[in-house]
Design a protein around this ligand. Structure first.
Ligand code: DQA
Length: 146
């Protein structure tokens, strides 16, 4: 069976393309998801996508994933910096998860430098734009022994 990866994107990432392109680039979320789906197929994986501006909706999707998916890639966006609820959900489902960010949060404002969700993930990949998602896919392929 093809391994299924759930790709989650948090608040304001639906505005990619027009949102602060000097920081996040000019690709829309649809374009990013398209490129991720293509790379997943190349790697022999299936990717499914969900974006929400709501913390609860993301948590519901993480909980459901324990029955439907093999791994998670998550860009929790601003929730990265304060959502212990998302961190708890990731820990609760115990699926391998990788946290990604388009920008390099280590080089930005002080409040962005700390992630509360990364502790519940295998690793954090940031600063590579779309490449952060693609690198996460490759890591998960290794991890899942595919
Ligand atoms: C982000 C970084 C976060 O600090 C920010 O709140 C985002 C996007 C990124 O992908 O670079 O919304 O997660």
């Amino acid at each position: 069976m093809t391994k299924k990866i759930l790709v989650l994107n948090g608040p304001n990432l639906n505005l990619l393309g027009s949102r602060e392109p000097h920081i996040y680039g000019s690709a829309t979320l649809e374009e990013i998801n398209g490129a991720v789906a293509q790379e997943a197929a190349t790697l022999g994986l299936t990717a499914e996508f969900f974006q929400s501006n709501s913390e609860g909706a993301l948590i519901d999707r993480i909980q459901e994933a324990r029955l439907t998916h093999d791994a998670i890639i998550i860009n929790p966006a601003a929730f990265t910096h304060y959502s212990y609820a998302i961190a708890d959900a990731l820990a609760a489902v115990s699926l391998p998860a990788i946290e990604v960010h388009l920008s390099d949060i280590r080089q930005r404002e002080e409040f962005r430098r700390h992630s509360v969700t990364a502790a519940a993930c295998r690793k954090q990949i940031c600063g590579l734009g779309l490449g952060s998602y693609l690198a996460a896919l490759r890591e998960l392929k290794e991890l899942l022994g595919e």
